[in-house]
Design a protein around this ligand. Structure first.
Ligand code: PEP
Length: 252
């Protein structure tokens, strides 16, 4: 059985004081979670977050990692730097990085390799824009992104990797893909992974849904066969809301 994974993406929110307060409130609320729980915090909050979640079941994540181990890359952060701070997971290729910071399938692939080489577990984000969806290109886009992100990634590294399907039009907009649509596109993603790595390896991979997932729709989304977790933006900024998602109820 795969263990579902629910991760919060705080984006550029919370200073150290806010980080301490939010996580102190969150720790007891999620202590009995059946799923794996991760918080992806801004770089400057990592150390405070590490201390606040010590001894709990919450894992630490970052929101980006550079592809080089070190060097002249002003403003960037390496995998080794993150590992030193006990970071376990890292988001790679979030649509905001693709949209505002020129992230491409090639740079996503390079970051995934660096993360794995550096001992981090990548959460690779893929998803189509509204325009791509409306022109019937969803499958083509996510397959291209998957093939790009996984180029030259070995099968034995797959267990360290999580994929997040995040339709860009659903991120921060309050619009959620219907549970069925999310399930169907994740099935397309899994099929692409099956083509690359075979049935057993692809079926064992955890694929999250992300995009306005919240306390109200988490139960339904998490009940879908192909959905193995969630990547939560806005709703991860309030402890009670995020805890409600993490403690989702199984719908039969
Ligand atoms: C995200 O940023 O990964 C995300 C899913 O955001 P939101 O939940 O706010 O749509």
């Amino acid at each position: 059985m795969k263990r579902p994974i629910i991760a919060g993406n705080w984006k550029m929110n919370n200073t150290n004081a806010g980080t301490k307060a939010l996580l102190t409130e969150l720790v007891p609320l999620v202590k009995d979670a059946k799923c794996e729980v991760v918080v992806c915090v801004p770089f400057t909050d990592i150390d405070t977050a590490r201390k606040a979640i010590r001894g709990s079941n919450i894992k630490l994540g970052a929101q980006n990692v550079h592809w080089a181990p070190k060097g002249a890359f002003t403003g960037e952060i390496s995998a080794e730097m993150l590992r030193e701070l006990k970071v376990e997971y890292v988001l790679i290729g979030h649509s905001e990085r693709r949209q505002y910071f020129g992230e491409t399938d090639e740079s996503v692939n390079a970051r995934v390799k660096a993360a794995i080489d550096g001992g981090l577990k990548p959460i690779i984000c893929v998803g189509e824009t509204l325009e791509e969806r409306e022109s019937g290109k969803t499958a083509e886009v996510v397959i291209r992104q998957i093939n790009g992100a996984f180029k030259d990634i070995e099968k034995y590294d797959l267990k360290k990797i999580v994929v997040a399907y995040e339709p860009v039009w659903a991120i921060g907009t309050g619009k959620t893909a219907t549970a069925q649509d999310a399930n169907d596109t994740i099935a397309v993603i899994r099929k692409a992974l099956r083509k690359l790595y075979g049935k057993t390896a692809a079926n064992a991979m955890r694929i999250q849904y992300g995009g306005s997932m919240n306390a109200k729709n988490a139960d339904e989304l998490m009940s879908m066969k192909e959905i193995d977790g969630g990547l939560i933006g806005g709703a991860s900024l309030k402890a009670a809301d995020f805890a409600r998602v993490v403690n989702y109820q199984e719908i039969q």
